[in-house]
Design a protein around this ligand. Structure first.
Ligand code: SAM
Length: 158
């Protein structure tokens, strides 16, 4: 997130993180990088989607969401209508939604559940976006032999 904020200084970036240790680490990185276009919500991303105006966001990033590997927990994943419908509401028509994951079953569920929430699949595969920087979690996944997968959707017109 800090990398994207530094790369696009004229764009406002909002990050959400419910765990205070993660927020503390992020604040250190924001200060070290000297970026001033980042806002942090120290809470659930869902809260943010509930308060943002409709069609107000140009891009959304779901970078290595918690995998919830057990089948009985799949409904807790972000890529379920409970999160995707509020996300679709706050995105502008034509907005991009990017998902990165190293869990094949997470990608399966993403490809299945995102389009019916109002999105069109644009691209998927092992090639990252041109402005992607590998995340901490991705580095761990690579060390452990898992393969990153990148998916891009576009928000449909109303
Ligand atoms: C697997 S980690 C990936 C972290 C980072 N994106 C990376 O790639 O290194 C998942 C992150 O999502 C955060 N998270 C989980 N549920 C969330 C929610 N409801 N809203 C916002 N962040 C959440 C976790 O606290 C954790 O920091």
């Amino acid at each position: 997130m800090v990398h994207m904020a530094a790369r696009y200084p004229d764009v406002g970036v909002i990050g959400c993180e419910p765990f205070i240790n993660g927020v503390a680490m992020l604040l250190g990185k924001i200060r070290a990088a000297g970026v001033e276009n980042v806002s942090v919500h120290a809470g659930d991303a869902r809260d943010m989607m509930d308060v943002l105006p409709a069609a107000s966001i140009d891009k959304a990033f779901l970078n290595y969401p918690d995998p919830w590997p057990k089948a009985r927990h799949h409904r807790r994943r972000f890529v379920t209508p409970e999160h995707l419908i509020p996300l679709a509401r706050v995105l502008k028509p034509g907005a991009e939604f990017r998902v990165a994951s190293d869990i094949p079953d997470y990608i399966r569920q993403t490809l299945e559940e995102v389009p019916p929430a109002g999105f069109t699949l644009i691209r998927e595969g092992g090639e990252p976006w041109e402005d992607w920087i590998s995340t901490r979690y991705e580095q761990k996944a690579l060390r452990e032999g898992r393969v990153p997968h990148y998916v891009t959707f576009r928000r449909n017109d109303a």
